[in-house]
Design a binder for this molecule. Structure first.
Ligand code: IVH
Length: 723
């Protein structure tokens, strides 16, 4: 509920309809929903935007309740701009954007004790530490909330930002100031600039009370404490946030004018001294055994903590080592999240359905009798591929589930772990119907009828229809507009499905998105009168599309939805080629397995043969290529900035060979990349520098032949200022 002053301010324009909702005809209901959405929007705008309310709190709530009641009676009439879906005034666009000076990353996940021993071993390998050298870690509960970055200057809170996509978040400063655990002023001795990161969360008790109040007043009911915390923090009206009981634990940092401490453990103590809440269950551990026993200790307290945690985070204690370990594209090498293990339940497998994905993969899905697993209702589970259904591993042929196959009607055990898609881990053959037949996996695409083939070595059967298969085309479009690709507000999965099948204003390929407004203008049936759109929502959609005509090269490459090409690979290609014309020219000229363009593509560190083949093949597939060519003219493509332009090795292509003495190969590569160099695996005419340690072999000869400059490790360290 909104905290409005009550008073006698209801403007004459607002009339409280009195007709019983149950007596409304469908046509009357549609008219009234439209009126309510306009009146509530005007009230919101007046209240939040103009600070001049035009109706009382009570009237506002009553209109909102009536709107919800009519939608309850006629769910099909619910408008895309329904007031029920709006928490504040406008949607997220109301928040300013904040570019994080230090990106807000996520963590790699682990589930098994062995994963943790491997994490320790991997860390030691990277740092070249023998098994007997002490290596300490800090274990902290993984709070299940939403991360927030708080910027302090001269000890005062000046900005708070949500994580967003990790690079750019939303400015929620006014809201953060209302959270009691977030100090507005730090204790004496804080660094001049200090960005503190941590988790905003809500306790179970506060969550239950908030929902109970919402049920009473017709407000928004949240699914879990995490959603409630997120919904409460992302309010355009800070007074609403203030009325919600949010809390905050500090555990990390971004930009700092001086370090907090030499160790993670020391930093946590400093955070506490500065005035933050630091989780009391954090422990300093001397190795994987201690980490695992802390994990057990924390897991045992999980149910009685009073707030949600979904695992334990392990961090290398020495900050100096954290710095040396650095980051992969989206996760640090120096930390890992050990998630709590799965929860299980038995239920009935109702049917096996086949989805056709973006790359044509026939993905079998189990439809289940809904069952609660660890507090979440599960009605679908992934079945991976045909071998998985048959009870054997696709890669090794080894039996899985003890070799038991799955048949519709079976009793099955479902397991879910954290956010991971639920899996079927067992079947009870004693309860199987005697006439249940083994599942026959389709060999033609259920969507377009093309052959579905399984290549040697591939676990998955694929539709051969390409983008002529409607399922592949629509999935490609969904990927194209997804969050880490074009991320067009108001054009999500639902809308793509709707426009894909719309005869008047179809979107069948990416280019169609950018001609939508122009095509709409030429239609006699306008979007603003159809598909649940109105004047304003149609204009909003066109504006959101317009905003995304400018796109970063890496995002564009990722958005193309080429098989095997994820965000990290796309970023590598964008960084390497530097511009769309250069990339497109190279992919057009490249032939799989031969020629200089193929060699160049494969020399990019992190690009393997599988990825290279897939990208080159996509650019040579007629229909797919034509769709790309139709898209490009609609876009303004931003080239990536060369990384760390000031370093003497920025933009240079470097190859390492032989034995390095001061650091491992992995560390050398990470350091070079952080300084803006490209690291390649083999020497070619494009190589600028070969760093050769003792025992350098054929690469040194290649370098000599190609006239590439060769230096030793000491010279290299000198060059990057690390000597
Ligand atoms: S450290 C560079 N510590 O988990 C990594 N994260 O899955 C910085 N989280 O985005 C994160 N508790 O929102 C860290 N004790 C903790 C955490 C924690 C919860 C969240 C955080 C992060 C996500 C990654």
């Amino acid at each position: 509920m909104q905290a409005r002053d009550s008073g006698s301010m209801d403007a004459g324009a607002v009339h409280l309809a009195t007709t019983d909702v149950n007596a409304l005809t469908e046509a009357q209901a549609a008219v009234e929903l439209s009126r309510l959405s306009q009146e509530l929007a005007a009230a919101n705008q007046a209240y939040h935007g103009l600070d001049a309310p035009i109706m009382s709190d009570a009237t506002y709530d009553e209109l909102k309740r009536r709107n919800a009641a009519i939608e309850g009676r006629y769910p099909n009439l619910k408008r895309p701009d329904s007031p029920s879906d709006q928490v504040g005034a406008a949607a997220a666009e109301g928040f300013g954007k904040v570019a994080h000076r230090v990106p807000m990353l996520s963590l790699a996940n682990a589930f098994q004790p062995d994963d943790i021993r491997e994490f320790d071993a991997r860390t030691r390998r990277f740092l070249n530490l023998g098994p007997d050298v002490p290596l300490a870690y800090v274990a902290e509960p993984k709070i299940d909330g939403l991360s927030l970055s708080l910027r302090y200057e001269e000890g005062r809170l000046v900005q708070a930002a949500t994580r967003g996509d990790g690079e750019v978040g939303e400015n929620v400063t006014a809201n953060a100031r209302t959270v009691e655990d977030i100090p507005n002023q730090l204790a004496e001795g804080a660094p001049r600039v200090l960005e503190i990161r941590g988790e905003v969360y809500m306790t179970h008790g506060d969550f239950a009370a908030l929902n109970a109040r919402a049920i009473e007043t017709g407000g928004k009911v949240f699914a879990n404490p995490r959603n409630a915390a997120a919904g409460s923090l992302r309010q355009l009206d800070a007074r609403i946030t203030a009325s919600r009981p949010l809390r905050f634990f500090a555990y990390a940092w971004g930009e700092m004018s001086e370090p907090l401490a030499d160790t993670q453990w020391g930093a946590l103590q400093r955070l506490r001294e500065l005035g933050f809440q630091v989780n009391p269950l954090a422990r300093l551990c001397d190795g994987p055994d201690a980490l695992l026993s802390t994990y057990e200790e924390i897991e045992a307290q999980r149910a009685t903590l009073g707030y949600d945690i979904d695992g334990v985070v392990y961090k290398v204690n020495e900050i100096g080592l954290q710095r040396r370990l650095g980051f992969r594209s989206t996760t640090p090498r120096w930390a890992i999240a050990h998630k709590f293990s799965a929860e299980r339940a038995w239920t009935r497998l109702l049917a096996i359905e086949i989805n056709v994905g973006r790359t044509g993969a026939l993905a079998p899905i189990a439809r289940l009798q809904p069952v609660t697993v660890g507090g979440v209702v599960v009605s679908n589970a992934t079945l991976h591929n045909e071998d998985y259904i048959a009870g054997r591993s696709a890669s090794t042929g080894e039996p899985i589930r003890g070799g038991k196959d799955l048949r519709p009607g079976d009793w099955v055990e479902v397991r879910r772990a954290g956010d991971v898609i639920p899996q079927i881990v067992d079947a009870d053959l004693t309860r199987r119907d005697s006439d249940a037949a083994p599942f026959a996996f389709p060999t033609i695409c259920p969507q377009c009828g093309s052959d579905a083939v399984r290549d040697a070595g591939d676990a998955v059967r694929r539709c051969t229809g390409g983008i002529a298969c409607p399922a592949q085309a629509v999935e490609k479009l969904k990927h194209f507009v997804s969050r880490n690709a074009f991320d067009i507000e108001g054009l999500g999965i639902k809308q793509i499905e709707m426009f894909f099948n719309d005869p008047v204003l179809p979107i069948r390929e990416p280019a169609d998105i950018f001609t939508l407004e122009e095509r709409d203008r030429q239609n006699s049936e306008r979007l603003r009168d159809r598909l649940g759109y109105g004047e304003r929502s149609a204009a909003n959609l066109f504006r959101a599309i317009e905003e995304r005509r400018s796109i970063a090269l890496a995002r564009l490459i990722f958005a193309l939805g080429i098989r095997h090409l994820g965000e990290a690979g796309s970023a590598l290609l964008a960084q390497h080629y530097g511009s769309w014309p250069a990339f497109e020219f190279a992919m057009t000229a490249a032939r799989v397995g031969e020629g200089p363009e193929w060699e160049e593509l494969n020399s990019i560190d992190g690009v393997g043969r599988v990825l290279a083949t897939s990208v080159v093949t996509a650019f040579h597939q007629e229909a797919e290529r034509a769709a790309i060519d139709r898209l490009i003219p609609h876009l303004r493509i931003d080239n990536p900035a060369p990384r760390a332009t000031e370093s003497p090795v920025a933009g240079k292509t470097v190859v390492f060979t032989g034995t390095l003495e001061k650091m491992t190969r992995a560390e050398a590569k990470a350091r070079a990349e952080a300084m803006g160099a490209k690291v390649a695996g083999s020497v070619s005419a494009k190589t600028d520098l070969l760093v050769a340690g003792p025992g350098a072999g054929s690469k040194a000869k290649d370098a000599e032949r190609l006239g590439v400059k060769v230096i030793d490790e000491a010279t290299w360290l000198d060059m990057i200022g690390a000597a």
